[in-house]
Write a protein that binds this ligand. Structure first.
Ligand code: F6R
Length: 263
């Protein structure tokens, strides 16, 4: 795992956006794995700005989102499809028929999960997957106890996740307790994984991800198995890491090497 510790959330978003910009400049028909939640919003703003400045184009891109609430149609303001349209797709030169979000309104969700896996495969697999992390270490909606080799499936949300996400729903509004999510195995199949985390409330989850055991109790710890996983975190999210200075030292050495190689 590459661990990049930056001073604040704005720097995390900028660093994360640059990874995606470079990816699109290198491979214009990239398959992107995308996430929702608060964390990636500023990164998406960076991608929108780069698209408007003609530094990158999404015309040849396909996207696959991590997850969706089961029981919400894409027109529902709390659905992840709606979120993606609002936060990214409506502002870039992407053809929406090339953007995929698990179908929360599927009549047969079990078949829909299998279908989602097949769509990812047919697209050639995900080149780069963006992730946030839950306070409980979840990635996508893979809650603690999720199988480390799991594939896209229906998952029940924990009370902690329902409580965390209640802020997006109006008082009295129906909030789903089920989701369709890519599995941890699906995420690990992406060629590159970029996880962003900001704020002190993510510090325990980051500690468990980086310095804890590989365990279903912290789904993000599965990234320890990935060959090209980058964690971009701010000082607050890094605040419980024991070896913080060592990770900063490694990153400084990495940057020196890349500069020497002109990369
Ligand atoms: C979103 C997702 C979740 C979030 C996580 C963090 O598609 O899969 O795993 O990334 O819950 O959410 P925020 O960024 O709102 O703290």
């Amino acid at each position: 795992m590459q661990i990049v510790i930056l001073k604040d959330s704005a720097s995390v978003a900028e660093y994360g956006a640059n990874i995606f910009i470079k990816q699109l400049q290198k491979k214009a028909d990239s398959v992107l794995g995308l996430a929702t939640g608060s964390t990636p919003v500023s990164l998406y703003q960076g991608l929108i700005a780069a698209n408007k400045a003609k530094q990158i184009s999404f015309a040849g891109v396909k996207t696959f989102n991590l997850d969706e609430y089961l029981g919400l149609e894409g027109t529902h303001p709390q659905s992840y499809r709606y979120f993606m349209n609002e936060q990214l797709f409506d502002h870039i030169d992407i053809d929406k028929s090339r953007t995929f979000v698990p179908p929360g309104d599927a009549e047969n969700p079990i078949e829909a999960c299998q279908g989602y896996e097949e769509q990812i495969k047919a697209a050639g697999g995900i080149d780069i997957q963006l992730l946030g992390i839950g306070r409980n270490g979840h990635i996508g909606f893979n809650e603690p106890s999720s199988g480390l080799m799991s594939r896209t499936r229906v998952k029940t949300l924990t009370k902690a996740t329902i409580d965390d996400n209640a802020r997006f729903f109006k008082v009295g509004e129906y909030q789903p307790h089920l989701s369709i999510t890519m599995g941890i195995g699906t995420i690990l199949d992406a060629k590159k994984v970029v996880l962003l985390a900001t704020g002190e409330n993510k510090a325990d989850a980051i500690k468990a991800t980086v310095e804890g055991a590989l365990t279903a109790a912290c789904p993000a710890s599965a990234l320890q198995l990935h060959q090209d996983a980058v964690l971009v975190i701010d000082e607050a999210a890094a605040s419980k890491l024991t070896d913080c200075d060592f990770y900063k030292h490694i990153e400084a050495e990495n940057q020196k090497l890349l500069a020497k190689l002109g990369l």
